[in-house]
Write a protein that binds this ligand. Structure first.
Ligand code: 5GP
Ligand code: MN
Length: 334
């Protein structure tokens, strides 16, 4: 958490006269959108109208969240996003810790004169004016709640804040399953339910939204799942031509990689997907226990993230990428 002195300085900045911007990472997920909107709704209780900006669009299954429609999507509204960042006095950076993770916004945020406040749970944060970084917390949404607590403002948590923060905690913990899900997480979630977030409605809005294209792609991916490293690593992959053939929509492949990790005996799963427009392969890594995908992604695949969940990019063909991956994973010690 920020120090008391930092909290006091931050609170001096959080006044309606200041322009406050909230940015989150490329390909925003439930935690990115939930923490950004949750913080926006919290700032609203202080009379502040903050602007949430994402580098690119986010999946349909997150658009039900209160005020999701007001989010400025950088790839569609470059000018509005650029001007908001240029005029910002304060920029909250949520659920990422390096300008390289916010695409076209990276340069603008780096050059901005605004005070930059980081709230994030990924490994190895870069330089910001105020840093609240904790890799033991399962979701940035939980950290936003801790920030509200540090301001002694729990009573301000309303249904909008509660719904947004609940969603991000639910998605980033894989439905309260992943390793860093703690008793504290559940206590916070209990409070969010008391403040009006409905678990059944949120689950249904977020997860019972499969499109037929998603299910068909899933069936294809599952039909050819491959094990390597004596069954300890599961490999899944999809090519651009297949995405097109099945009518891929943003978010359709979210969570596919987890199926790899559900295979008995696996310690790591990897999902390779050709980008729809550009010539690279987006990679998702997931692992169990102490198998460190963050280090692996940083070292070999131009990426990073958390120990048990990270991502990266690779600039070769699918066949070469999978071959290179198999070679590199063989020498890893697990
Ligand atoms: P996903 O596989 O869901 O895209 O990403 C899993 C985690 O790794 C997320 O926490 C995300 O922030 C991080 N991540 C994904 N792709 C990259 C990347 O290219 N670089 C870095 N540093 N982190 C990534
Ligand atoms: Mn997160």
């Amino acid at each position: 958490m920020f120090t008391d002195k930092e909290i006091s300085e931050i609170n001096h900045l959080l006044i309606p006269e200041n322009n406050i911007v909230i940015v989150t990472h490329h390909n925003p997920d439930g935690d990115a959108i939930g923490s950004s909107l949750g913080l926006k709704h919290y700032l609203k209780t202080k009379g502040i109208d903050a602007t949430v900006i994402t580098p690119n669009d986010f999946p349909k299954f997150l658009k039900w969240m209160p005020e999701a429609k007001q989010i400025v999507i950088g790839e569609y509204k470059r000018k509005v996003a650029g001007e908001a960042i240029y005029n910002a006095d304060v920029i909250f950076c949520l659920d990422f810790n390096s300008p390289t993770r916010i695409g076209i916004l990276g340069d603008w945020v780096t050059k901005s004169r605004a005070k930059k406040i980081l709230i994030d749970h990924h490994q190895m944060p870069e330089q910001f004016d105020y840093v609240y970084s904790d890799t033991t917390v399962p979701a940035t949404c939980q950290m936003v709640y801790h920030f509200i607590q540090a301001n002694q403002d729990e009573k301000s948590v309303n249904i909008d804040i509660a719904q947004c923060l609940y969603t991000g905690i639910m998605t980033d913990t894989g439905g309260f399953r992943f390793r860093s899900t703690s008793a504290t997480t559940h206590r916070i979630v209990a409070d969010l339910i008391e403040k009006g977030s409905d678990p059944a409605i949120i689950t249904s809005n977020t997860w019972d939204t499969n499109t037929i294209s998603r299910l068909h792609l899933l069936s294809l991916v599952l039909s050819r799942i491959e094990l390597t490293k004596e069954g300890k690593v599961a490999i899944l992959w999809l090519k651009r031509s297949e995405l097109k053939e099945y009518g891929f929509d943003k978010g359709d492949t979210e969570g596919f990689v987890n199926y790899g990790l559900s295979v008995l005996g696996t310690k790591m799963a990897v999902f390779f997907m050709e980008d729809l427009y550009e010539d690279f392969i987006k990679i998702s890594f997931r692992s169990k226990d102490s198998v460190d995908t963050n280090q692996f992604a940083r070292k070999h695949f131009n990426g990073g993230g958390h120990i048990n969940a990270s991502g990266g990019k690779y600039f070769k063909s699918m066949e070469e990428t999978i071959e290179d991956f198999k070679e590199k994973i063989e020498t890893e010690d697990f």
